[in-house]
Design a binder for this molecule. Structure first.
Ligand code: FPP
Length: 246
């Protein structure tokens, strides 16, 4: 195949247009200071505020944060309650800040398992911020990529069984439309803090071609400067999408 007909083999835009972050290390941050894990999560929520503001200032169009995975329910009940409490508080206290930052909030994940008042808070914050255009902020809550992929598969299988769709016609676009991120661009850059180097069931389909940057900083210490450094690392990378590059 001539090179000209291949998909884009290198990215001419400075980007990234979409940064996703696996926020990790709250517990270790607290432990190092002899504090309860809840204190680490509280400082983690402060970092969320800083990074959302910083991303807006850096002109990043979309930021996605992994706040609570489907696997996190396995943590001790008091820690789960602390995390839900922080989320509840965030939805109330950060609404003005999101509006000031021109941020549109979306919460991605399975809402069925969440406390009812949080589900209401999410819908309210999403509605109030829906016309903001400076930055899209997606927070993944009760999210697990394998579950998302299974749901998408079930939905497509139902349509096949109903005779609405033939299996041969199922392509990437059909599949993407069934994901919780339908209509959103894939992340260009995924950052994980705290030195761990794993994806942990985060946006598995969507991260197929993302650049991964792992940083040692614990999430409560992460800020705009760290974000800027990760973006600089991203810009040094050559994205080839399976092609042979420049
Ligand atoms: C990982 O640290 C972090 C989490 C499981 C939760 C992330 C939550 C926040 C940043 C605060 C709340 C968020 C919002 C949006 C209000 P860990 O506990 O796994 O840390 P460890 O690996 O050091 O134990």
């Amino acid at each position: 195949m001539p090179t000209a007909s291949l998909p884009v083999t290198s990215d001419p835009s400075p980007g990234p247009a979409h940064v996703a972050i696996i926020m990790d290390g709250n517990g270790r941050w607290a432990k190092a200071r002899g504090l309860p894990r809840a204190a680490g999560h509280r400082r983690g929520a402060d970092a969320v505020r800083r990074v959302v503001r910083g991303a807006g200032e850096l002109g990043i169009p979309m930021l996605t944060l992994f706040a609570f995975s489907t696997e996190n329910w396995a943590r001790p009940a008091d820690e789960v309650a602390d995390l839900m409490g922080l989320l509840r508080h965030y939805l109330r206290s950060e609404l003005d800040e999101l509006l000031r930052n021109g941020a549109r909030l979306r919460v991605i994940g399975n809402r069925e398992g969440l406390p009812e008042d949080i589900v209401r808070g999410i819908s309210d914050a999403e509605r109030q911020t829906q016309s903001n255009t400076r930055i899209d902020v997606n927070i993944c809550v009760n999210y697990g990529a394998r579950h998302e992929i299974l749901q998408a598969t079930r939905n497509l299988a139902r349509r096949v069984a109903a005779g609405e769709l033939s299996p041969e016609r199922i392509d990437e676009q059909h599949f993407e439309r069934e994901l919780l991120t339908a209509g959103l661009p894939d992340p260009d850059l995924v950052i994980r803090t705290s030195g761990e180097q794993r994806i942990s069931n985060f946006l598995l389909w969507q991260c197929a071609y993302a650049e991964l940057v792992f940083v040692d900083t614990l999430w409560p210490d992460f800020g705009k400067d760290h974000l800027q450094q990760a973006i600089a690392e991203f810009r040094r990378r050559e994205r080839r999408y399976g092609g042979i590059g420049r």
